[in-house]
Design a protein. Structure first.
Lengths: 273, 266, 293
């Protein structure tokens, strides 16, 4: 097997706050190997986002959680790194694909300048060359008229186009690991499939790994090589998606799958506990 | 009693002003709904499937009289709706709407019983005490603990909030419920509970549903018939089974082929 | 997907008294502001009990005495006890400031929420009107208004109150524009609610916290503006004690009796500061999202 690019061991994250602290992640361990697309699935509040963002050394704004366990990304211990070391790691080796592209792009700056700024932050290129690279990146993201998109403001683009721009930014520095946080949840179904295809193809071509956070079993089955199911801050089940989705072992996974409307005859009550 | 459909929508168009001049006069328009027709019998369910920008939510708001229609007609139980809000303000046998977002659909400053009985308050029906009792009854009917009706909405989970919104819609004893993406913001297991509740209510109260969703599996589960909308127009209509197995419009085919199924069996 | 757990935890408790106390406890500046404001309010309310002398009792033998055990802040040019006059002056200044804020906030909130909810032409007309008023230099217009109406504390409060209306109108209108899109407003209208019902039940009640935050910030400004107009003689008329007027009279004796102006001046500054600090605290409690870490 390939080398392990993300290794999380016995991770615990708790947020101190009003009314006592909340333990969002309660001792999870997971691995992502090189070139692998791994799904981290759970419902809201399961701790999936916190777990994955910890791999980037990122936490929700303004919170100072207590963290224990270890997170190793590309052989480096993320939890002991300084903010500066984290920043250089994030841009070049590991990238984040957020859920809502409209809030992750600056609405007052044209796409081209934002994209070239990302490129120049990690490579020494001239401004003009960075714009060219950016345009190429956009056309690699299957954007038909990259020049128009480069000159546009984010709000002028459709949700699908914006998410492609965000993907281009994430891939700008050839990251080895991508953390994708519900990358297609805000998109329409027809666009979702295209964006997922793009994400997978690009990662496979460059040998990058993806840790994909999602609540959508359909997305997992479509794109992931392996998956972890999270419930209440713990991983309850993991394995091959096809096997896991057809023969779930844990009661929670079974319940989750049975609750999908397509599994029950029309207008019959869905099984809920 | 003549043989009217419960709801008949004929060639309805809706447009929105995109830009105004400095005195508030509209300059440019967006055609959100174009010449849409549909009909619904009492006790039936009709699904409306479409992606963002397809005009499906606008259509629902037009039926409720929340946005004015540009042309066409909407008839409810054979009566043409001329004034805005006439459909919702009829005290009995009218039509009510349940929205998608359980975060913004309940007023954060109101207690749950006030939210549920708001329609009664607006219609000035009953005393405060009677309204509170009715709210407790409705809460029980949608599976909420009637002892919790003095709480505020933010103390409830997404699924419970959606139950509150359904109870509010039921307070005026409507015959038709417009369900605008009622489960899209919910987790799968919670969605299943809300769908079950809706099926149960339909059976016990004989409600008709206009079920709007981008999720074909959900519409398939809930509705015998559906229409598919794109860019404000109906591109396909028919029996759910037929449309899913044998789609005619190219857009419906594209939509169906894009759906990612979790189920390896099917 | 945003991080659900911690966010829900915080928001599910917003509004409770224990949560408010939790917020306040963690900010010494807010506690300081709260202490100043409480002290000022106590002084204003209990002025007759706290003042050692009658603020209007003339004693020509004791003119312009320096601070002493008998007269903590000294006496004025006709022998009235300055501490008593400052205490009564603070009462008058505070009352005027509160009156200004009450007038501006109540009218502005109603006008703004109506404007935002109504939309279209009505909204455009109201907004152009507020633009016009806001384009005028406030203090100068207040000066003209009080001059026209006759200088008095009541007219001063009226003038500054009306000039404050457009700021609340704009703020309330912006909030109302957002609130009227809320699904609970749509649901209410779908049930046949009238505009006035929606305004009362949903709009005003939900923008109240924003308006309270703004009003709490406005009090210090109103206090300063009222003092400024009284300072130039357009507010309190002799013999009424008012902080701005006291500073103005003391100005004549600033060479030798510097405490005459300085003490009421400090009271103005400290109370303005107190209201500002408290305003910050109220904002953090009512609108935790706006706080930057």
């Amino acid at each position: 097997m390939n080398e392990c690019v993300v290794e999380i061991k016995e991770l615990r994250v708790s947020f101190p706050g009003f009314g006592g602290s909340v333990e969002a992640v309660r001792g999870i361990s997971l691995e992502v190997f090189q070139g692998e697309i791994v799904g981290l699935v759970g419902e809201s509040g399961s701790g999936k986002s916190v777990s994955a963002l910890t791999a980037l050394g990122m936490f929700p704004l303004g919170t100072k959680p207590q963290v224990s366990g270890s997170v190793t990304v590309l052989g480096k211990d993320v939890l002991s790194m300084s903010e500066r070391q984290l920043e250089s790691l994030r841009g070049s080796q590991i990238a984040l694909v957020p859920q809502e592209p409209l809030t992750s792009l600056n609405p007052t700056i044209r796409v081209g300048r934002q994209l070239s700024a990302v490129i120049r932050a990690h490579r020494s290129e001239s401004a003009q060359r960075a714009m060219e690279i950016g345009t190429e990146l956009l056309s690699e993201m299957m954007i038909e008229d990259p020049l128009r998109v480069m000159g546009a403001y984010p709000f002028e683009l459709s949700g699908g186009l914006r998410q492609r721009v965000v993907l281009a930014m994430a891939f700008a520095c050839n990251p080895k690991v991508l953390i994708a946080d519900e990358p297609t949840s805000a998109l329409d179904v027809t666009v979702q499939k295209e964006v997922l295809d793009l994400l997978a193809a690009r990662a496979r071509a460059s040998g990058a790994s993806i840790l994909m956070i999602t609540h959508d079993m359909g997305v997992v089955r479509y794109i992931c090589d392996r998956l972890y199911v999270m419930l209440d801050g713990r991983i309850v089940e993991s394995g091959d998606p096809d096997r896991l989705l057809s023969h779930p072992e844990h009661a929670y996974t079974k319940r989750l799958l049975n609750a999908l409307p397509e599994r029950t005859a029309r207008r019959h009550l869905l099984p809920v506990e | 009693m003549p043989n009217h459909s419960l709801l008949e929508v004929e060639n309805v168009s809706v447009r929105f002003a995109l830009e105004y001049d400095w005195l508030g006069k509209p300059l440019r328009f967006l055609e959100a709904v174009r010449e849409v027709s549909l009909s619904l019998q009492a006790g039936d369910s009709l699904g409306i499937v479409g992606e963002s920008g397809s005009g499906k939510s606008t259509l629902a708001q037009a039926i409720m009289g929340l946005v004015p229609i540009e042309s066409g007609s909407i008839r409810f139980k054979g009566e043409t709706l001329s004034h805005p809000n006439t459909l919702g303000s009829s005290a009995k046998g009218g039509c009510q709407i349940v929205f998608q977002d359980p975060q913004s659909s309940l007023d954060p400053r109101m207690r749950v019983w006030e939210i549920i009985s708001e329609g009664l308050e607006i219609r000035r029906l009953g005393t405060r005490r009677e309204r509170r009792e009715k709210a407790a009854m409705l809460a029980d009917q949608v599976g909420l603990d009637p002892h919790h009706i003095d709480r505020h909405a933010h103390e409830f989970s997404g699924g419970q909030r959606q139950r509150i919104a359904i109870a509010r819609a039921l307070a005026l004893e409507p015959e038709l419920l417009l369900l605008d993406e009622p489960t899209s913001a919910l987790d799968i297991s919670v969605q299943a509970q809300v769908l079950n509740l809706l099926l149960g209510l339909q059976e016990s109260l004989g409600l008709a549903y206009l079920f709007i969703s981008h999720n074909i599996s959900v519409v398939d589960h809930m509705c015998e018939r559906l229409i598919v909308m794109k860019h404000g127009q109906v591109v396909e209509a028919g029996e759910t089974q037929r449309v899913l197995l044998n789609p005619q419009a190219p857009y419906t085919k594209q939509l169906l082929s894009s759906v990612l199924r979790a189920d390896p069996v099917s | 997907m945003p991080l659900d757990t911690p966010v829900t935890l915080a928001s599910s408790n917003v509004g409770g008294w224990s949560y408010i106390w939790y917020q306040i406890r963690h900010s010494p500046l807010v506690i300081l502001g709260l202490a100043i404001v409480v002290a000022m309010l106590a002084i204003a309310l209990l002025a007759p009990l706290l003042a050692p002398y009658d603020p209007y009792a003339v004693s020509l033998d004791d003119r312009l005495l320096p601070p002493s055990a008998a007269h903590w802040a000294g006496t004025d040019e006709i022998g009235r006890d300055l501490l008593s006059r400052i205490i009564y002056g603070a009462r008058a200044s505070l009352a005027v400031a509160l009156a200004i804020v009450t007038i501006a906030a109540s009218l502005g909130t109603l006008l703004g929420s109506f404007s935002g909810l109504a939309g279209g032409r009505i909204d455009a007309v109201i907004m152009r009107l507020t633009d016009t008023v806001m384009a005028l230099p406030g203090l100068v217009i207040a000066l003209a208004m009080t001059a026209a109406l006759g200088p008095s504390l009541v007219n001063l409060a009226l003038a500054l109150g009306i000039l404050g209306v457009p700021f609340y109108t704009r703020l309330a209108r912006g909030q109302a524009l957002g609130l009227r899109q809320m699904q609970y407003v749509l649901a209410s209208r779908a049930m046949g609610a009238s505009t006035s019902y929606v305004l009362r039940r949903h709009i005003v009640s939900n923008l109240l916290s924003t308006m309270v935050v703004f009003a709490s910030m406005h009090i210090s400004g109103a206090l300063l503006a009222a003092a400024a107009l009284s300072f130039i003689g357009l507010g309190a008329q002799p013999p009424t004690a008012e902080l701005g007027a006291l500073i103005n009279v003391g100005r004549a004796y600033i060479q030798d009796e510097w405490w005459y102006s300085l003490i009421p001046g400090l009271v103005v500054v400290v109370s303005a500061l107190g209201f500002n600090l408290l305003g910050d605290g109220i904002r953090d409690v009512l609108d935790p999202k706006s706080r930057k870490k």
